[in-house]
Design a protein around this ligand. Structure first.
Ligand code: HEC
Ligand code: HEC
Ligand code: HEC
Ligand code: HEC
Ligand code: HEC
Ligand code: HEC
Length: 367
């Protein structure tokens, strides 16, 4: 009993305290001023020193691997200055689709990818130059003479893989067929050509040296199989960069030219051929093959003009009529073969037996 009373007394005491606190808090006064800031804590202990970085390479030591008293760089610059890459002027083809082959920036952006266009048109296009082909100023040592790509080329716009050997594969990156649409298929439907620019475009040399992409019309000449052609082992570089007597600035080496003007006449760099064709004369018409190719081209052209497929020797298919040119697959194939050989501009030298077969069989199919 006594115990119960004391619990009740305790509880009522707490209740009174609580009510008192409520009254006090509901009549609280304004907040007092903030106290002064406490004193700063003591500074932490310094961390342990980091490990020393590795020494940088000696700047002069690597730059002079190329920029030195030796005139190699100057000599190559002088040669390249006569190459059509630098002086051809077509690096103005700066739209995203053209720039991948025509400008330094477009090529550099897509090289090594499957991309067929740059991401945008190129502002301030630069022509093909040392940096387009070599890894200039990547490591700043002479390892930067390495070529940007040497892999076999999976053709971007046509079927097949071309392998002309390391350095020449670089050339094939750009010197290959462009998209041919509509593409005639042997034994397939007739095609309707709507563009005066229909064909492989101006740089079909990669396909041609390897021997791929032609329309194989049956005829009296057999086609050697792709990749087995005598000049695919020579590669672009083997002929176009071969040294030239007297002509260092105008042909051979980094000019990439096969012929040059010298004292008012055209000289041909047959030194590029003599190692294999000891009987070659002073031009490229070895065994009359260029003459044979020119004659076949002229015979085909005459037929195309007669049929009205071509306005005049050139590349305007039925351009004046404005309507599409509807032809059978074989007829389109013959025109394609003609374009492949004429746009190539070696008059058959890039792949003699193959080109003679393309033209001969095309001519036979039309006669
Ligand atoms: C692989 C050889 C090579 C090495 C190593 C090299 N360069 Fe170059 N350099 C070149 C080439 C090639 C060019 C371009 C020449 C041309 O376009 O005609 C060039 C151009 C230049 C130019 C002219 C401006 C320009 O950018 O075109 C300068 C400046 C230059 N290099 C400085 C250097 C310095 C500094 C180093 C070392 C840190 C160095 N290079 C290392 C090859 C090299
Ligand atoms: C980045 C693309 C590209 C690469 C790589 C390239 N070329 Fe070219 N090449 C071109 C273009 C584009 C032209 C036309 C330039 C112009 O007319 O302004 C051309 C022009 C030429 C010409 C001159 C044609 C003429 O009108 O007389 C030759 C020869 C040539 N290239 C050979 C080569 C060789 C050999 C290689 C490899 C060592 C090579 N090219 C690598 C794109 C390329
Ligand atoms: C796959 C690479 C490639 C693409 C893409 C390309 N070209 Fe070319 N083009 C070349 C090459 C290589 C040459 C040089 C061939 C030669 O001189 O024999 C060339 C040459 C030319 C020439 C010079 C022809 C002459 O007779 O001097 C013109 C003009 C040209 N291209 C326009 C264009 C235009 C326009 C586009 C875009 C619609 C384009 N090219 C896209 C590779 C390409
Ligand atoms: C169109 C592509 C292309 C361009 C542009 C180009 N080169 Fe080259 N260069 C090559 C190829 C391909 C080789 C290899 C030739 C061979 O293997 O026979 C080469 C080889 C060289 C070499 C010898 C490299 C070595 O490892 O010994 C030097 C040096 C050189 N080039 C300097 C230059 C300079 C300088 C420029 C600019 C003025 C330039 N190149 C522009 C394609 C090019
Ligand atoms: C067997 C030697 C040989 C090989 C290999 C070779 N070319 Fe040619 N190329 C020639 C000859 C010869 C001409 C015709 C030159 C002339 O008549 O003035 C020529 C012409 C050209 C032309 C037309 C412009 C010019 O210089 O007359 C281009 C562009 C060209 N070649 C690029 C290439 C490319 C790219 C490759 C590799 C895919 C290649 N060539 C492989 C020998 C060769
Ligand atoms: C590495 C060796 C080699 C080089 C370099 C070379 N060729 Fe050939 N060429 C051959 C072989 C192999 C054949 C096929 C066998 C034959 O006809 O002699 C051939 C075939 C030919 C043919 C066909 C001959 C015929 O009667 O049907 C011509 C044309 C030709 N070459 C021209 C040239 C020209 C022009 C050059 C230099 C620009 C050249 N070749 C460089 C190896 C070479």
């Amino acid at each position: 009993m006594k115990k119960n009373i004391s619990i009740i007394t305790l509880l009522s005491g707490f209740a009174l305290l609580f009510i008192g606190a409520m009254i006090l808090s509901s009549c609280e006064g304004p907040m007092g001023p903030a106290g002064t800031d406490g004193t700063d804590g003591i500074d932490g202990v310094d961390g342990t020193d980091g490990v020393d970085g590795t020494n940088g390479a000696d700047g002069n030591g690597t730059c002079i691997q190329c920029h030195d008293a030796d005139v190699v760089l100057l000599a190559k610059e002088q040669q390249a200055a006569s190459s059509h890459h630098l002086i051809g002027g077509n690096y103005e083809r700066l739209s995203a689709d053209c720039a991948i082959c025509h400008t330094h920036q477009g090529f550099t952006e897509v090289v090594g990818t499957d991309l067929t266009e740059a991401s945008a048109d190129i502002v301030d296009p630069a022509p093909i130059n040392c940096r387009t082909c070599h890894m200039i100023h990547e490591t700043y040592t002479d390892a930067d003479w390495a070529l940007v790509i040497e892999d076999p080329v999976d053709l971007k716009f046509s079927e097949g893989t071309v392998d002309l050997g390391g350095p020449s594969n670089l050339c094939v990156q750009c010197h290959q067929f462009r998209d041919i649409s509509p593409l005639p298929v042997s034994g397939g439907d007739s095609v309707s050509i709507t563009s005066s620019r229909w064909g492989p475009h101006h740089g079909p040399q990669g396909n041609n040296v390897w021997g791929v992409g032609g329309y194989l019309i049956a005829g009296s000449k057999t086609y050697p199989s792709a990749g087995s052609h005598p000049h695919s082992d020579v590669g672009c570089v083997g002929c176009h960069m071969a040294p030239v007597p007297y002509g260092g600035r105008t042909a051979g080496g980094h000019t990439l030219n096969m012929s040059y003007e010298y004292h008012g006449s055209t000289e041909y760099n047959t030194g590029a051929c003599a190692g294999c064709h000891s009987s070659i004369g002073d031009d490229f018409d070895y065994n009359g093959v260029q003459t044979e190719v020119d004659d076949l081209v002229a015979a085909l052209e005459a037929i195309f003009v007669t049929k009205g497929w071509i306005d005049a020797p050139g590349d305007l298919w039925n351009a004046s009529s404005g309507s599409p040119l509807k032809v059978t697959a074989d007829e389109a194939g013959a025109m394609l073969n003609y374009k492949i050989v004429t746009e190539d501009r070696s008059e058959g030298i890039h792949n003699p037996a193959y080109m003679v077969a393309l033209l001969t069989n095309s001519l036979e199919s039309l006669q």
